[in-house]
Design a protein around this ligand. Structure first.
Ligand SMILES: C[S@@+](CC[C@H](N)C(=O)[O-])C[C@H]1O[C@@H](n2cnc3c(N)ncnc32)[C@H](O)[C@@H]1O
Length: 213
């Protein structure tokens, strides 16, 4: 494993800047810590929420939603933006059901719609266009997902992709695994295309923020 990109001190500092979450979200954070489940965590979650508020997002599509922690941040934004829909999509039925319980407890039952299935295929068949698309699926699926996102995101919409620093494995010349190559290819696609304005924010494991022109 490469050296950690961020010190524990910096990670804790950034997470501590995030306002206190409701107890249901704290339970979700505790579950992730106990079970080593890769949620985006407070700092990246709050950043996603901020972006969704800034663009006034009312329709959000998530690819790879887990048990709904990232969904909760988007649902909060959509609710505060005046209401709308957040699509929760994951291929694990149990995680979808677990998300349903958490998100109902948080008061987002009216906002979140659930799909159990492969997320890129589901987005391909979704009507759209969406204001914001968040991508946290298996990493080899990222390049193909961008091609689908391009068709389903509105002009002026935002694509956010997690794990773009891949714990530093992108810097390891000996790591030519499918996942690492897919992350590098996706970064190249979004940073060299004239259709996107893209930055990579080094929050947690790296979030790409791509604005569709
Ligand atoms: C990293 S976790 C999601 C964490 C979630 N975004 C959060 O921050 O709370 C990714 C989840 O998506 C699922 N997944 C991965 N690739 C997928 C795909 N192509 N379609 C649907 N689900 C997928 C995984 O099984 C896992 O449950």
């Amino acid at each position: 494993m490469p050296e950690p990109l961020m010190s524990d001190q910096l990670i804790t500092y950034l997470d501590d800047l995030v306002p206190e979450r409701p107890s249901e979200m704290q339970k979700m954070e505790a579950y992730a810590a106990e079970h080593d489940f890769p949620i985006i965590g407070p700092a990246a979650g709050y950043y996603c929420y901020q972006i969704a508020r800034m663009i006034g997002a009312r329709s959000v599509y998530e690819l790879g939603s887990g048990y709904g922690y990232s969904t909760a941040w988007f649902a909060k934004a959509v609710q505060e933006n005046g209401g709308g829909v957040v699509n929760h999509v994951v291929w694990d039925k149990e995680l979808s059901q677990m998300a349903g319980r958490h998100l109902a407890a948080l008061g987002y039952a009216d906002i979140v719609r659930y799909t159990v299935g492969e997320a890129v295929g589901a987005l391909r068949n979704a009507p759209g266009p969406f204001d914001l698309i968040f991508n946290d699926i298996h990493k080899v699926g990222y390049p193909e997902s961008v091609r689908v996102v391009e068709k389903r995101l509105r002009a002026g919409g935002v694509l956010i992709i997690d794990n773009m620093l891949w714990s530093g494995r992108i810097f390891d010349d000996n790591d030519r695994s499918e996942n690492t190559e897919a992350i590098l290819e996706t970064t190249r696609m979004l940073t060299t295309s004239s259709g996107w304005i893209t930055t990579l924010a080094p929050i947690r494991d790296g979030l790409i923020i791509a604005y569709k022109k």
